[in-house]
Write a protein that binds this ligand. Sequence first.
Ligand code: C5P
Length: 288
Amino acid sequence: MDISGNSKTFLAPAKVNLILKVLHKRDDGYHELYTIFQAISLYDELEISLTKGDDIVVTSDSMSVPDGPDNLVYRAVQLFFKEAGSDSGAVIRLKKRIPVGAGLGGGSSDAACTLLGLNELCGSLLGQDALMRLAGMLGSDVPFFIMGGSVIGRGRGEVLEPIDIPLFDYVLVNPGFEVSTAKAYANLDLTKINEDNKLTYSTEAFEDPLRLVALLSNDLEAVTERQHPRIGELKRMLLDNGAAGALMSGSGPTVFGVFRRGQDAKRAYEALKNALDSSHAVFLAHGL
Ligand code: C5P
């Protein structure tokens, strides 16, 4: 393979959802959401190399994600080159650090990182609007990762509004099994969701750490917890170890504790790492 010398390593951050309200099921089968995405400092690494010729090669160091065309990263490369009208190829080597099927958006972030990375290596051929459009074609969470930071997501998660909220510290615990997002939505009983959909979350509430922590909620949590009671136990452990609030992220099963002081987060991280067996993965991160 002829690597054209244009090669760089990029970081793809994970996310947590501080709020995830499912408003209703739409005619297109997706669910209308109100969510707060928060990017965090837990990263996959993507080494992206442009190549002459139009081959696309995607490999990863994880047994949990497929190499080649079945990886969302591969589809991101195809979409990028088609939109950019380029006849280059790419080699992407993916180092997975974000657990897979975990509610942390790892696959979506890898895909967004691929679009952003290729665009940088190609001299910014595409503008933000085009990148966001391609991201939306790849998945509901992908546009968020083009933007990053703290963002309100509406629609199926792709209608985005950046917000200014405190950057907390986080301890994340993944119990070592995967959850299917599609199944979590399919098992959601919409009649059981509170009709508190007149969303009163104000920017003021977001700026007050105490009020924001009180607003932590996730409509998918009960669905996943019903099948995996471990989620409730891990939340309890985070709270017992000093978290101001604890919640499952996305469709789970990863749970996170919110901390207002880095040293408290570090202490809880050490305690949980010691207490939990090696089927669990425990991470310390901060909001980006
Ligand atoms: O968009 P993405 O492919 O990541 O979504 C995976 C699955 O999650 C969808 O096929 C759908 O079943 C479900 N989903 C949903 N409503 C959303 C986002 C995802 O029902 N807003």
